[in-house]
Design a binder for this molecule. Structure first.
Ligand code: 3HC
Length: 685
């Protein structure tokens, strides 16, 4: 048929012209899709027998946005703003038939249509801020016209996906169809009935005025700014909506487009778009195996970690059998798990009924034999290699032959743990981050003999848990904690060289880290890392190695749990500076003969980043991670690295390589090759 292309087809049914997009996976607005939309609208407008036009999609969703693959390439005509305006200008009514997730440019296409019908549960949204952008094709203009400025402002600045049912009190959705019905048939029936009744009309949202309501703009912008935590796009979006609220649509769209194009060139948007791709890649692997179908999961250890892991599995609908050594320990664990669910109910994340149903999947025992039917058993006991080896010897005897055995160890050698079972192929690491039911990161650790089946199973389970799963190899601390140790070492060294506790934490949080590194130490317990490091030989070439932390531990200053660490805490848990902590560090520096100097905030951030980059590149070179972008995913999801800064490797790529190389040389010259080894910067070139 004339004017069709491989991604867009045209059909007719009676008096209705149908434009059907088929561009898997998510019907993004490629050049061909945009072209097809324009040509379809023209074609049916010229056909005297056609009274209305339906835009619909095949496969899994209505259009999910502009084609991210085209970003970074020179833009091609027709441009999306022209496409949406062309649709809105159609003389014949255009109806969008929504299902799945109609996002970004996809939702903007729908807003340009004269009617929107949807399947129940379909979601719409303008998530451009998540990519460091704002809507660029009328989203900031048409959405306020149909749902009001307040709701539009929230949707655009937060980038949320909202169920169509939530708009019943607005004119956004004309008809919602039940989930069981055939959407295409229902849409056509609906349009036919409008045509038959003569009530069908061309309703152009762009022609409506915006109802500004009584919005306190300054207060709204202050709220948005606080939530944005350094991200530019939400504030730009708010500014555009505020500036254009009373302008005619085409003038408003011009301002919107300029802001969109400017943001598209920004480093933040480049970072966020990179992260989108990096996250998708991290879940991919070349494991050549069918995963075990996991339904029943065993967890050994009901402490904080074990309870968090159990909560995560129950949340995802697994049945969980929790084992502890004593009934008391079990009771404490079950109480922690129950509290996690109570908190979800209190925060409105789930109903009490759902929480009860999920919790019904929990059983408990003090006997390992109760794992006999489990498909996967995860060990989350304390970090002692001999105790873990003994546990795995026992587990090996009671579980099914195809049961996967995972350890949640943060640092210990999984090859050694695996050596005690008859088939070490079944042993892997599943390293969760605390609190395990909240933190998104999961390191799936491949030990020397781990089978592809075991690894593929863990990766599949990770996806079901909605974790960001990254496949890593065995080394001390795996990928994340090995980098964290290097980062911590540099922070500690800067303390000894004269940077203050407060300045370091402030410099890092102002830059965007979720928490200051020393406040994190206090929160997790300074003794935890100290004990883990003590199990390793002290690096004699690095006399200051975590000595500030050691001074705290020696004085019983373990962090929040002892009300004192790098900071001092009052009864309400509020942190304050403590001159005693500073004195201890200064005295340690003096003992070690370390000269004192002052740092700028930039110097602190830069040195911390250089440490991360150096260790990240080493991990990649050693094959501990599959791809460099995995380093970034790990730091974004496990360590509070700011998403809009892309991750340590993304940051390295933004720097001039000769300059970067010079900085590494300086650090090496001022300390030693063992602390700052040669870095292969060609890896990021
Ligand atoms: N363009 C191109 N490809 C896209 C895409 C897009 N907008 N959105 C998703 N994809 C691809 C993914 O890369 C992935 O590819 P892969 O299978 O090769 O890895 C595939 O679609 C499936 O994506 P997910 O794995 O994420 O599948 P989910 O079902 O979990 O989620 C989704 C689907 C909700 C659509 C999610 O992918 C998503 O949020 N996508 C981004 C949507 C978005 O940001 N749209 C706005 C774009 S900017 C814009 O429109 C500007 C405009 O205002 C001018």
């Amino acid at each position: 048929m004339a004017n069709e292309n491989s991604q867009v087809s045209f059909f007719t049914q009676g008096k209705i012209g149908i434009i059907e997009i088929n561009y898997p996976p998510v019907n993004a607005l490629s050049q061909q899709v945009r072209q097809g939309l324009v040509e379809g609208v023209d074609k049916f407008n010229q056909d005297a027998d056609i009274k209305a036009i339906v835009i619909r999609c095949k496969e899994r969703t209505f259009i999910a946005g502009a084609d991210i693959k085209e970003f970074g390439k020179p833009p091609t005509v027709p441009f999306l703003p022209d496409v949406v305006n062309h649709i809105e200008a159609s003389e014949k009514p255009v109806i969008a038939s929504l299902f799945g997730t109609s996002l970004g440019g996809g939702f903007e296409v729908a807003l340009a249509c004269h009617y929107r019908v949807a399947q129940k549960g379909a979601k719409v949204g303008l998530p451009e801020v998540n990519l460091g952008l704002i809507p660029g094709a009328g989203g900031t203009q048409r959405l306020p016209r149909v749902v009001g400025v307040g709701k539009a402002l929230a949707m655009v600045t937060q980038g949320t996906h909202v169920k169509v049912e939530d708009f019943v009190d607005t004119n956004l959705i004309d008809e919602i169809f039940e989930i069981e019905v055939n959407l295409n048939e229902q849409t056509l029936q609906y349009v036919e009935s409008l045509i038959e009744s003569g009530s069908i009309e061309v309703k152009r949202l762009g022609f409506q005025t915006v109802e500004a309501g009584s919005l306190d703009w300054d207060a709204e912008i202050a709220k948005i700014s606080k939530k944005a935590r350094g991200k530019e796009a939400p504030l730009v979006a708010a500014d555009v909506i505020r500036k254009t609220a009373e302008l005619p649509i085409l003038e408003g769209m011009k301002i919107e487009r300029e802001a969109f194009l400017q943001l598209r060139e920004s480093e933040q948007s480049a970072a966020l778009r990179y992260v989108f791709g990096a996250e998708k890649s991290s879940a991919k692997h070349e494991l050549n195996a069918q995963p075990v179908n996991v339904e029943s999961v065993g967890i050994v250890g009901a402490g904080n970690m074990g309870s968090g892991i159990a909560t995560a599995f129950l949340n995802a609908g697994y049945t969980v059998n929790l084992v502890e050594q004593t009934e008391d320990a079990l009771r404490a664990g079950i109480s922690r798990i129950t509290k996690n669910f109570e908190s979800n109910v209190k925060r409105g994340r789930m109903t009490q009924e759902k929480a009860d149903n999920l919790l019904a999947g929990l059983t408990s025992s003090t006997e390992y034999a109760s794992f006999s039917n489990c498909d996967l058993v995860i060990e989350a006991i304390f970090e002692d290699i001999e105790v873990k080896k003994s546990l795995f010897t026992q587990l090996d005897k009671v579980v099914k032959p195809d049961c996967i055995l995972a350890t949640n160890t943060s640092y210990l050698d999984i090859d050694q743990i695996a050596s005690v079972v008859v088939d070490p192929g079944r042993v892997i690491g599943m390293h969760f981050f605390s609190p395990a039911h909240i933190m998104k990161l999961l390191e799936v650790v491949k030990a020397e003999k781990s089978s592809d089946i075991a690894l593929a199973t863990a990766m599949t389970v990770g996806k079901k848990l909605r974790k960001m799963s990254v496949l890593v190899g065995v080394c001390f601390g795996f990928a994340g904690n090995r980098m964290y140790t290097r980062y911590g070492r540099e922070i500690q060294q800067m303390l000894l060289e004269g940077a203050s506790i407060e300045q370091i934490d402030k410099a890092m949080t102002n830059w965007g880290m979720a928490m200051g590194p020393l406040a994190v130490q206090d929160l997790s317990g300074i003794d935890i890392g100290h004990n883990a490091r003590s199990a390793q030989p002290f690096p004699e070439h690095d006399p200051g190695y975590f000595r500030a932390a050691a001074s705290m531990v020696e004085q019983g200053r373990l962090g929040r749990k002892t009300s004192k660490g790098f900071y001092i805490y009052d009864e309400a848990g509020k942190a304050s500076s403590d001159p005693e902590a500073t004195r201890l560090i200064k005295s340690k520096a003096q003992d070690l003969g370390i000269a004192q100097k002052s740092f700028t905030d930039n110097e602190i951030v830069e040195r911390a980043l250089l440490a991360l980059i150096s260790e990240g590149l080493a991990l990649y070179k050693e094959g501990i991670v599959q791809r460099l972008s995995d380093i970034d995913v790990i730091w974004l999801h496990g360590y509070g690295f700011p998403r809009h800064k892309g991750g340590p490797i993304f940051q390295a790529r933004q720097k001039d390589l000769a300059d970067l190389s010079g900085k590494f040389d300086e650090l090496r010259a001022s300390s030693s090759e063992l602390i700052w080894p040669a870095v292969d910067l060609t890896l990021i070139d």
